[in-house]
Ligand binder design. Structure first.
Ligand code: ATP
Ligand code: MG
Ligand code: MG
Ligand code: MG
Length: 474
């Protein structure tokens, strides 16, 4: 079943159950706590918080999302994209647990002929919050899932709140068992690749009075109106229904991967097992390319431009990482002019505005690739000089300060420094490099703190910059 058809079925199912169909909000939603919309509920927050009256007590959407915190998972797990789409159904004080579980089960297990997704109920597992006996009873009574496939989990996995006092509550997730080729028996607690989470049902049930951390908060009491917020990853259900190993192989993403494989002459998938955990590095890189090209298309489409901080920085790093990955796969020419149009071809079915905006979008992306190519060219000369100097002094290790200067002044990625130094028979003082990076980051943090001027999103930006700056090198 094509992704576009899954989306259509989702919306028409919930429309038939009295939900108002709401179009996706842009990725840049006006929310001071968020870099990008990262869940289907974000545009509905004012209704959940009781700040605005919803136009309907039931709503459904397919929301564009970007989760920068998942960037390092991309290509290594089967299920994490930086950009993805979240199918959602929402109840604002209308139906609650029973309705949410009933709808979910009906849509997922009813036959393809009758408009459902036709999944075999025997392959489905549910997780519930450890104390939520009510949810267990409902799963058992409404769906017949046996106790062996209902798993109790703690706050880290199965409790939702916004990190501040306000609504919160337990959640219950649906997992699909993809079979022994993907990993060991034992359920979601043992292997989240074989047992793949695809739908999260949040039961917004309590008022939290204090929130100290994800797992440490006080419940003041029940909410007067209980809400439902669910999210099903469109790419995840697509990978299940299309019978492919991971979300990079679904119809909306795979053509970019295939094109990248052709360009680099790499045969995708021949070295890998079904489980993403055992993938060949080239396969991981091809998936990264496919993911980041699509995410860049969607981000620029929604008005982001490459820059050195915040949202623009996220985009810049994704574009660079795509280009870098192609180079590591052996392709040195400009690659985005070959890849971006392939992504457009797939995504325009659901987002026709991408086509009319493609002149602008592609100009931004291609210019960024050109700039990065110049950076690489400049850094390469400097690196060669440093290598020669190091060798003539009789040393076998390129100093941390050389690597840092390349990174800091020329934007030259450390993994490239490592690789190219190695080609010339040198190691790199990584510890020295890391120490200098840490010092610089601490200086930047101190500066940012000093400059903090009531801008609500400084913390979010800093978190993101830290998150992708620390471990991912481009
Ligand atoms: P996981 O544990 O696999 O990282 P999650 O628990 O973080 O997922 P939720 O916050 O519950 O995800 O989001 C609701 C749904 O959105 C998930 O059940 C999944 O189907 C989908 N989803 C979440 N993150 C991603 C992602 N990075 N790429 C694709 N789909 C995602
Ligand atoms: Mg996650
Ligand atoms: Mg999860
Ligand atoms: Mg979840």
């Amino acid at each position: 079943m094509e992704t576009a058809e899954i989306r259509r079925r989702w919306l028409s199912f919930f429309e038939s159950k009295g939900h108002l169909v709401v179009p996706s909000a842009p990725l840049l939603h006006d929310d001071p706590n968020l870099l990008f919309v990262n869940a289907g509920m974000v545009p509905f927050k004012p209704y959940f918080l009781g700040q605005e009256t919803p136009p309907s007590l039931r709503a459904t959407s397919v929301q564009k999302c970007v989760r920068t915190q998942d960037i390092e998972e991309v290509g290594k797990t089967s299920r994490h994209g930086t950009f993805f789409q979240m199918n959602g159904n929402f109840s604002f004080g209308d139906y609650f647990k029973e309705g949410a579980i009933q709808f979910a089960w009906e849509l997922v297990t009813s036959s393809v002929e009758s408009g459902g997704f036709g999944l075999d109920g025997e392959k489905l597992w549910a997780t519930v919050y450890e104390d939520d006996d009510e949810a267990i009873e409902l799963w058992r009574g409404l769906t017949g899932i046996p106790m062996e496939r209902i798993v109790r989990r703690g706050k880290a996995d199965n409790y939702w709140h916004m990190g501040v006092p306000g609504p919160g509550g337990p959640c219950s997730e649906i997992y699909y068992d993809r079979g022994p080729a993907y990993g060991p028996e034992g359920g979601p607690a043992v292997d989240e690749d074989r047992f793949m989470e695809f739908w999260n049902l949040v039961f917004m049930q309590y008022e939290l009075s204090a929130v100290r951390s994800k797992e440490d908060f006080d419940v003041a009491g029940e909410l007067p109106k209980k809400n439902i917020d669910t999210g099903m990853g469109l790419e995840r259900i697509a990978s299940i229904l299309q019978g492919v190993d991971n979300m990079y192989e679904i119809d909306e993403v795979k053509p970019v991967l295939t094109r990248a494989a052709e360009m680099t002459g790499k045969a995708y998938g021949i070295h890998s097992g079904h489980s993403a955990g055992e993938s060949h590095p080239d396969d991981v890189r091809l998936r990264v390319v496919a993911d980041h090209v699509r995410s860049s298309l969607m981000l620029i489409g929604d008005g982001v431009t490459p820059g050195n901080e915040g949202r623009g920085y996220v985009l810049r790093r994704m574009l660079r990482r795509a280009v870098r990955s192609m180079r590591l796969l052996g392709y040195d020419d400009p690659c985005l002019p070959e890849l971006l149009p392939v992504s457009l071809e797939r995504m325009k079915q659901s987002y026709p505005e991408l086509e009319s905006g493609f002149g602008r979008i592609s100009a931004i992306a291609y210019a960024e690739e050109e700039a990065f190519r110049r950076t690489l060219a400049a850094g390469t000369t400097i690196l060669d000089t440093a290598v020669t100097r190091t060798k003539s002094s009789g040393a076998t290790t390129l100093s941390g300060s050389d690597a840092f200067a390349l990174h800091d002044t020329y934007g030259f990625p450390i993994d490239l420094t490592l690789e190219m130094a190695q080609e010339q028979g040198l190691e790199v003082d990584r510890d020295g490099f890391t120490r200098l990076m840490t010092e610089q980051r601490q200086r930047a943090k101190a500066d940012a703190k000093a400059k903090k001027s009531g801008h609500g999103d400084t913390t979010a930006y800093r978190g993101i910059a830290d998150g992708i700056g620390r471990d991912v090198e481009f």
